[in-house]
Write a protein that binds this ligand. Structure first.
Ligand code: NAP
Length: 271
């Protein structure tokens, strides 16, 4: 029987997930379909009840449903709890299991794109929104000794740090460039640098040469931040890798194959 999965969001036409999963389905010869599903906020609860009855094995969840889908689930993985949001749902035995693979995807992407990343050094995250929370949880789960968070709205950085007592420290946005000494990873998790947004203006002068610079923005693929980092000789990782790697656990749960993230997948998603 054809296995069904998809991605729910509003809007959804821009999602690259159907192309991504479609590439893997063809590559592994799986009898499956992965479709974009335009679901409005008011229809979310009913849709999640209906999809398993229509034969869906699960769905990815994107903006603006990640928190609501988490709240509507019956079971949550530890990483979904840590992120407070779901990006992957598995329907099993009449129950909705919520997972969040953004942090794992981020870590796997940086590991693949910058194999010399020094994970025994602290990371500095710029931004304290939904993406930052998932990434922060992923970095701590991966064993980083400390993560610093700087955000334009300082209260949000403090609130995020308070969710992970111990190894997370909020630093003022204006003083963040002075905190770069000893950092192993600098990550932009804000929407600055996206097409249509201003670039991220952030001084890199104090960043150690061996530090890795990464951006969650993937449109454009090469942001001004990454270009400036390359010019200084840093290893850089673009935001597309996170999108590709976060998709792996869902594909495995629904279609039964742990798929590979490689250049052919990147090319298929970018085509
Ligand atoms: P969000 O929850 O709305 O958070 C937005 C963040 O950007 C906040 O920290 C916000 O700061 C900051 N920001 C926005 N405009 C700013 C400005 N002019 N100056 C300084 N900071 C500014 O959004 P999100 O869900 O975290 O998404 C953030 C970005 O990550 C988006 O570009 C999204 O496409 C990308 N993303 C990529 C992936 C991937 O797989 N690569 C996955 C998820 C998200 P304030 O709190 O001060 O407003």
């Amino acid at each position: 029987m054809t296995i069904l999965a998809g991605v729910i969001g509003d809007p959804i036409a821009q999602s690259r997930s159907p192309r991504l999963h479609g590439h893997w389905l063809a590559r592994y010869g799986i009898d499956g379909q992965y479709m974009p599903l335009h679901v409005r906020k008011d229809d979310l609860a009913e849709t999640l009840r209906l999809l398993p009855r229509l034969g869906f094995a699960g769905v990815n969840v994107t903006i603006p449903h990640k928190e609501a889908a988490f709240a509507l689930s019956d079971e949550r993985t530890a990483r979904a709890e840590a992120a407070g949001a779901a990006n992957t749902l598995v329907f099993r035995d009449g129950r909705i299991i919520a997972d969040n693979t953004d942090g794992l995807g981020f870590v796997a992407s940086v590991q693949q794109g910058a194999p010399n990343w020094q994970m025994d050094r602290p990371a500095l995250l710029l931004g304290a929104g939904g993406a930052a929370r998932g990434i922060l949880a992923g970095l701590l789960a991966a064993g980083l000794p400390e993560v610093l968070v700087a955000n334009r709205t300082a209260d949000k950085a403090v609130a995020l740090a308070d969710l992970f007592p111990g190894n997370v420290r909020a630093v003022p946005w204006d003083r963040a460039p002075d905190e770069l000494g000893g950092i192993g990873l600098l990550a932009n998790t804000t929407s600055l640098g996206m097409t249509g947004q201003p670039p991220l203006e952030f001084a890199l002068d104090h960043l150690p040469p061996e530090a890795v610079v990464t951006d969650v923005v993937y449109a454009p693929l090469r942001t001004q931040l990454l270009d400036r980092a390359v010019a200084r000789g840093h290893a850089t990782v673009d935001g597309l890798g996170m999108l590709l790697h976060q998709a792996v656990p869902g594909f495995e749960a629904w279609f039964g194959v742990w798929p590979e993230v490689d250049d052919a997948l990147r090319a298929a998603v970018l085509a």
